[in-house]
Ligand binder design. Structure first.
Ligand code: ATR
Length: 268
C-alpha cells in the first residue's frame, strides 16, 4: 500500500512541500504520496488524528501550528525540544515522534550548498520568535565563535539566549547594543513579509560576509541592503528544500538529492 504523508497549515495553498516531496519520492523510488491539508485554526489536533486514522504515516507542520504540534507529540527529539516547536511528525505504533528539521535545513544549506563553514564565525541572528528559536541549537552545534540574537524588543532576545542555559558564545540584546562586524547575518524576523528592513547598522557586515534571509520567493529589503554593503546574499529556498529532505530522511531513512529539486523550484 502506498504510504501517505501531508503538510498541515493555515493557509496552506501556497505550500511547495507537495512538489518537493513528490520530486524526492520519484527520485528515490519511494512508494508514497504527499498532500497539503488545510487545518481549521481551532482544529489542528483533530485534523492530524483524522489523517492518522485514515492511515497517514507522518506529517509536516507549518504556520501557525508548530507549537501545537509540539504539544501533540508524545516524544521529542533534542532539536525539537530546543526549538519548542515541531515541523515533522512521525506516526509510530506507540505514539507520535515530534522532530524539528528547520535548523538542520538551514545549517545544511549554509554548509553544503553555500559552502559557508560556521565554525569560528561570528553570527548575528535577527529575530526572537519561533523562526529564530528553531535554528539556535543546530547553529551552536557548528561551534561558531559567537551567536548574538538581536531583536526589536531587546528583552525577548536576552530571554531567548538565557533559555539555552550557560553558553559562553550565545547572547542577546537590542539593535542599539550591536557592535563590531559579523561574518553571517541571518534574518529570522517577520520584517521581510511587511517589506521592512530591521534597523541594522551600516557597518554590520565583515569582509566576505554572508547575508541570509529565511524568506524566499522575492528580493527583500534586507538582501538589498546587504548587497549595497558588499555582502554575499542567499534567500531561504535552500533551507526550505533541505528541511524537507531532512524530514524525508526521518520518515524514509533515505537522503534525497536536493540540488536538482532546488534547481527545479528556481526555474519554475
Ligand atoms: P515567527 O514565528 O515567524 O518567528 P513571531 O514569533 O511573530 O514569528 O516573531 C516575529 C519576529 O520578527 C520577532 O522577533 C519580531 O520582533 P519583536 O519581538 O520585537 O516583535 C520580529 N519583527 C517583526 N517585524 C519586524 C521589523 N519590522 N523589524 C524588526 N523585527 C521585526
Amino acid at each position: 500500500m502506498t504510504d501517505s504523508y501531508a503538510v498541515f497549515g493555515n493557509p496552506i495553498a501556497h505550500s511547495k512541500s507537495p512538489l518537493i516531496h513528490a520530486a524526492f519520492a520519484h527520485q528515490t523510488g519511494q512508494d508514497m504520496v504527499y498532500s497539503a491539508l488545510l487545518a481549521p485554526l481551532d482544529g489542528f489536533c483533530e485534523a492530524v488524528s483524522v489523517f492518522r486514522a485514515q492511515g497517514g504515516c507522518g506529517a509536516n507542520v507549518t504556520v501557525p501550528f508548530k507549537e501545537q504540534a509540539y504539544a501533540l507529540a508524545t516524544r521529542h527529539t533534542p532539536r525539537a525540544q530546543a526549538a519548542g516547536a515541531v515541523n515533522t511528525l512521525k506516526f509510530e505504533a506507540d505514539g507520535l515522534l515530534g522532530d524539528n528539521t528547520d535548523g538542520a535545513g538551514l545549517v545544511r544549506d549554509l554548509v553544503a550548498n553555500l559552502d559557508f563553514s560556521l565554525a569560528g564565525q561570528r553570527i548575528l541572528l535577527m529575530g526572537a520568535g519561533g523562526a529564530a528559536r528553531g535554528v539556535i541549537l543546530p547553529l551552536l552545534e557548528q561551534q561558531p565563535a559567537s551567536l548574538f540574537i538581536v531583536n526589536r524588543t531587546a528583552d525577548k532576545a536576552i530571554a531567548l539566549a538565557q533559555s539555552f542555559g550557560d553558553q559562553r558564545n550565545l547572547s542577546g540584546g537590542g539593535y542599539a547594543a550591536l557592535s563590531g562586524t559579523f561574518d553571517l547575518v541571518i534574518n529570522a524576523t517577520a520584517a521581510s513579509l511587511a517589506g521592512d528592513l530591521p534597523p541594522l547598522p551600516e557597518d554590520v557586515f565583515a569582509p566576505n560576509a554572508l547575508a541570509y534571509d529565511m524568506m524566499y520567493g522575492k528580493d527583500t529589503p534586507f538582501l538589498a541592503f546587504a548587497r549595497t554593503h558588499g555582502a554575499r546574499t542567499a534567500d531561504g529556498l535552500g533551507m526550505l528544500v533541505e528541511q524537507a529532505a531532512e524530514a524525508f530522511y526521518v520518515w524514509r531513512g533515505v537522503r534525497p538529492d536536493t540540488a536538482s529539486v532546488m534547481q527545479m523550484l528556481r526555474s519554475a
